[in-house]
Design a protein around this ligand. Structure first.
Ligand SMILES: CC(C)(COP(=O)(O)OP(=O)(O)OC[C@H]1O[C@@H](n2cnc3c(N)ncnc32)[C@H](O)[C@@H]1OP(=O)(O)O)[C@@H](O)C(=O)NCCC(=O)NCCS
Length: 187
């Protein structure tokens, strides 16, 4: 089996290829990302109209030591995305940040979200020096919260009224996952 192919046997139709996205995925990524930003209730504070254009999106998708995007593909179609970023400051590089998790609605409840998060966590856990992954999640996004909790994330706080949309205010939980101390050496 290809190492990048994650099969979740507990789900009946699940066969995903989860891999790092590159600039050739820019158009597909942007389409999925815009779907994510348009969904109601909002899972993300960013607005669709502020999303970078295709050229900027392609540039963002170029992998670096500190940031990469993962995509889940089914039959060559991009159906889910997530981003892992490492904090930039030298005294914060022991932390990474998971963001932008989204699975297209027809493909949900089939193991895709978990496969994406697992892949990103595997990258973080295998990066020397990263000892913690943080994220924020809108408190109404119960599916995402359960998914994160099932992988060991814990809520350590709640930020009130993080953003507003159409006259409503949305709170966000702050969640963290600590790796074991073997990943504790700063590079
Ligand atoms: C959160 C999201 C990515 C989950 O994707 P998915 O592919 O449906 O998730 P999975 O099938 O891998 O489910 C993994 C776990 O998530 C939880 N979960 C997923 N959907 C759920 C739902 N509708 N209700 C309750 N729990 C749910 C369950 O714990 C599930 O494990 P189980 O199947 O063993 O019960 C998807 O619902 C989504 O894109 N939501 C909108 C965007 C969002 O909230 N993103 C988070 C931003 S921080």
């Amino acid at each position: 089996m290809n190492e990048s192919q994650i099969i979740e046997p507990q789900y009946s139709n699940a066969l995903f290829d989860v891999r790092v996205l590159t600039l050739i995925d820019a158009e597909a990524y942007r389409t999925v990302r815009l779907s994510a930003l348009r969904e109601q209730p909002p899972a993300f504070g960013s607005l669709p109209e502020d999303e970078p254009n295709l050229t900027e999106t392609a540039a963002r998708l170029i992998e670096s030591d500190d940031r990469c995007f993962f995509g889940a593909f089914q039959d060559e179609q991009l159906i889910g995305i997530v981003r892992l970023s490492r904090y930039a400051a030298p005294n914060e590089k022991h932390r990474a940040y998971l963001a932008g998790l989204y699975v297209m609605t027809p493909f949900r409840r089939n193991g895709c979200g978990r496969a994406l998060v697992r892949k990103a966590l595997s990258r973080a856990a295998n990066t020397p020096g990263i000892r913690r992954v943080n994220l924020t999640v809108v408190t109404q996004q119960e599916a995402a919260i359960r998914l994160y909790q099932s992988l060991g994330f814990q809520i350590y706080g709640t930020e009130q009224e993080t953003f507003s949309r159409a006259g409503c205010f949305y709170d966000e939980h702050l969640m963290t996952l600590e790796f074991n101390s073997e990943n504790d050496c700063n590079p």
